[in-house]
Design a protein around this ligand. Structure first.
Ligand code: ATP
Ligand code: MG
Length: 144
């Protein structure tokens, strides 16, 4: 059975443009429950660890610079089939190719400044939720 939670980050480009509210409205409007949420400013070590799988990619340095350039919102979203449904709501990584109505079509600037992050598997969702939130900071509809 598919998992019921995913980790999202509203990235610094979207926070700077005052798009936290509009993005959260879309998230709730598409059936996701917010189980945890906070506004933080990532330091370099956190951004490097969070994106460690991309360490060897040409865009890694730029990505870490961008993700530490301002505040981000991190949140745990809950819904049946959360990972796949949220990736559909986000749209493709490149906003120029994102489908109409998706978060990246509506709010992203570029491949790097693409407004939102979403976990790409149930396993990574678990890891990413634990990365940002203690169990005591979560209010799950599914886990009691
Ligand atoms: P995310 O992991 O942020 O949800 P994603 O799974 O669609 O997005 P990944 O391939 O995991 O994309 O890349 C992680 C992030 O790295 C992207 O969201 C984007 O910000 C950045 N990125 C990926 N590819 C490029 C690229 N070619 N040029 C610049 N930045 C990139
Ligand atoms: Mg990814």
């Amino acid at each position: 059975m598919a998992g019921t939670k995913t980790l999202t980050i509203i990235k610094p480009d979207a926070v700077r443009k005052e798009n936290i509210g509009p993005i959260l409205e879309k998230i709730n409007g598409n059936g996701f429950h917010i189980a945890a949420l906070k506004l933080i400013h990532l330091n370099r070590g956190q951004a490097e660890r969070f994106y460690a799988v991309h360490r060897d990619k040409f865009f890694f340095e730029g990505l870490v610079n961008f993700m530490t350039s301002g505040q981000v919102v991190v949140a745990i979203l809950e819904k049946e089939n959360a990972v796949a449904d949220y990736r559909r709501l986000m749209g493709t990584t490149d906003p120029a190719k994102a489908e109409e109505g998706t978060l990246r079509k509506l709010f992203a600037e570029s491949m790097e400044r693409n407004a939102v992050h979403g976990s790409d598997s149930d396993e990574n969702a678990e890891t990413e939720c634990d990365f940002f939130f203690a169990r005591s900071e979560r209010f799950s509809n599914f886990e009691g």
